[in-house]
Design a protein around this ligand. Structure first.
Ligand code: GTP
Ligand code: MG
Length: 464
């Protein structure tokens, strides 16, 4: 999923987005990966709402068409007053794209079963990397300006155009974006003490799809407390999980400083297929504290009790006290059904074991340009609010357990607002850890009470 990347450069994307108001592009289909066929195009692009085509040619043009209507293979002409064709040529980075509205202001496209057909421009002509160009049919343009007279394509992509909806007048969560708040959060986390004497640190497990930002979250928190950028956990992008070991990370406040009372446990990413990625049996062993730091996961064979890396004797301090599901805000909506099924199965198991759960929405900067511009817009972005609601519904986690964050990914210096958002998430993790311990105390109390009742009834039955 992460391997299919947009062919648009940052500048090209910005230029295309200048054609819309507060929108973002979401790649649905890339012909060089999925195939230059009408079937593949319709499979991925039908009923997706507003979409934008980006066709690339050797002459250096990126051009295409926008429609606000669905592709649906109705074999009819679709009227769309919002449809337009556009073109950008290389070397014009600072100019807005050429935009061509239809001749009658109504023409959209012919909704057939083959490639998209906007009359004057027909894409995937004859199921090949080609276009047919016929200015005057629906739209009028100069072929030289539109595509440099080059009809062969080097790439063909379709994006969903997602409306970001602007900013809410009032944020849906209030945050104090101040230096005092940053300090207060830092002090609060450092001073945290679990309610149970035998446990000195909260053990929080990060779980989620490959590339969601689990390792980056640890690195970011480590940086916040160190006071400078760190990259202890390996992170980056690859088709498969970069993290293949179970890692338990402590965090020190400052270089050589004291450890803070939090252990972040990093796992291998979850993968869509049954036999790949983190295995649910391994996960239960992690929850119970049986898997040791640096255990090398093997998707095809879960750990056995006599294996190296299996800790037989475990106590409450080795167990996972809080589970955090980590999702990339931007690509969550294209998570395959199998992945969601896997996550629901994990949720069920986690509930059975009574472990509190939170959801971390990462990459809010990538998801919404208004947030990238200013992180304090995170709770005012209509788009982020919608994503939080969608994620909450899909994973079955209440909205008040959903925490948006931005990890450090390219910065050289710490930033106050990034720190505040990251530490607010950790603060919540510690609150949830407390509820885990409260349950333990309650259960132990109930056990003691049950023993007492048993003893009393035994005493009674013996007539003592
Ligand atoms: N812009 C931005 N990039 C991020 C953010 N979080 C992570 N990244 C980037 O996303 C990529 C993947 O992040 P990782 O932390 O390696 O993801 P992971 O969940 O540990 O992935 P696996 O170990 O492979 O399962 C890296 O290139 C990070 O720099 C974020 O909040 N914003
Ligand atoms: Mg990782």
């Amino acid at each position: 999923m992460d391997a299919v990347r947009s062919g648009l450069s940052v500048v090209q994307e910005r230029r295309v987005l200048s054609l819309f108001l507060h929108s973002r592009l979401h790649l649905l289909y890339k012909a060089s990966v999925h195939g230059y066929t009408g079937e593949q195009f319709h499979h991925r692009c039908d009923n997706q709402g507003p979409t934008l085509i980006a066709a690339y040619n050797k002459a250096g043009f990126v051009f295409g068409a926008y429609t606000a209507k669905n592709y649906n293979q109705t074999e009819e002409l679709v009227v769309d007053a919002k449809a337009f064709l556009y073109s950008m040529s290389a070397g014009e980075e600072y100019l807005p794209p050429l935009r061509v509205a239809s001749i009658d202001g109504q023409y959209g496209f012919f909704d057939g079963t083959e490639g998209p057909d906007f009359g004057a421009l027909v894409f995937l002509q004859e199921e090949q990397a080609k276009i047919a160009s016929d200015p005057g049919t629906g739209f009028n343009f100069s072929p030289k300006e539109m595509h440099g007279d080059d009809l062969d394509l080097t790439e063909f992509e379709v994006y969903r155009v997602e409306d970001l909806g602007g900013l809410l007048a009032k944020p849906w969560r209030s945050v104090q974006w101040t230096a005092e708040r940053r300090q207060q959060l830092k002090r609060g986390i450092q001073a945290y003490q679990p309610e149970i004497d035998s446990v000195s640190k909260a053990r929080v497990l990060l779980l989620g799809p490959v590339g969601a930002g689990k390792s980056s979250f640890f690195n970011s928190m480590n940086s916040v407390f160190r006071g400078n950028m760190t990259s202890q956990a390996i992170c980056g992008t690859a088709g498969r999980s970069l993290t293949t070991q179970f890692r338990t990370y402590s965090i020190r406040a400052g270089k050589g400083g004291e450890e803070i009372p939090l252990i972040l446990c990093d796992t291998m990413g979850l993968e869509e297929k049954e036999e790949t990625g983190l295995d649910i049996e391994d996960l239960v062993n992690i929850y119970k504290g049986h898997i040791q730091d640096r255990y090398q996961f093997n998707s095809s064979t879960p750990i056995e009790p006599d294996a190296a890396g299996y800790k037989k004797k475990v106590t409450l301090k080795d167990r996972i006290h809080c589970v955090v599901y980590v999702f990339n805000t931007a690509n969550f909506s294209i998570l395959p059904d199998n992945m969601l099924k896997k996550i629901r199965a994990i949720r069920k198991k986690t509930n059975q074991l009574g472990i509190p759960q939170l959801l971390l929405m990462t990459k809010v900067d990538e998801a919404c340009p208004l947030v990238a511009e200013n992180l304090s817009n995170v709770y005012r972005s209509t788009y982020i609010q919608k994503k939080a609601q969608d994620l909450s519904a899909a994973v079955g986690i209440p909205l008040n357990c959903v925490m948006p964050v931005k990890n450090y990914s390219q910065e050289l210096e710490l930033e106050q607002n990034v720190d505040i958002l990251l530490m607010s998430a950790v603060q919540q993790m510690l609150n949830y850890t407390d509820s885990f311990f409260e349950n333990q105390v309650k259960e132990e109390g109930e056990e003691v009470a049950a023993c007492h009742v048993q003893r009393v009834s035994l005493t009674n039955s013996l007539g003592l």
